[in-house]
Design a protein around this ligand. Sequence first.
Ligand code: ADP
Length: 252
Amino acid sequence: MSLTDSPVLALTGLTKSFGDNHVLRGIDFSVSRGEVIALIGPSGSGKTTVLRCLNGLEVPDGGTAVFASGLTLDFAANPSKRDLLALRDSSSMVFQHFNLFPHKTVLENVIEGPVQVQKRSVVDATADAERLLERVGLADKRDSYPFELSGGQQQRVGIVRALALKPDLLLFDEPTSALDPELVGEVLGVIRELANDGWTMVIVTHELAFARQVASEVVFMDGGVVVERGAPEQILVTPREERTKQFLRRIL
Ligand code: ADP
């Protein structure tokens, strides 16, 4: 089996409702190591909810999650706290609105998770954080506060904060949609480099040109189900399903 064949996480039959609103209606979703999945679809189709379920921020009502380690969670059977924590620890999320702590410096934001949650030493976590900040061109901002940074810089810190947790899976929730157009490129550039480095990622995005360049697979969701998935060219240029064609016609 090649490195890219090994699944980091496989979700089967995932369901989630908020009251009467059946947001996820049986999502099958697996992510192989080194794969970059672009999750696309109309607003309200459930994309963010999938990411939040992958990251343990929402607990699905039903379905299963199977990890590379063999750990299996059956959500209908009330999984244990320990298993839900294992789900949460397997990934880190980069949020649309950055979600940095406003009263902490860049460095403090980045080492918070490794030190407080992962119980790593401040010295180790700081050394790692400095290396990662250097990598995204923000070494000189380590002692700045978020309000002193541009949106693009804040999102690069958001990405470094996610990387610092050394997750198996990186999740991006529309990482550039809150940015001014001239700042989008610098963030997409960092994500592109991470893809080249072999990080396993799921990216919810409306940037279809970017998805076409970077994704190994595009997943199109509508109405709480996966309508079709496949190679970027196949989904974005020659989709099979009418709903995918309609979506692309609307936004291209
Ligand atoms: P997308 O990311 O595709 O735009 P979302 O996953 O954000 O879609 O939302 C799908 C649906 O779930 C929407 O109808 C939204 O209002 C609803 N929803 C999402 N999160 C919650 C929540 N915490 N409470 C109630 N409804 C929610």
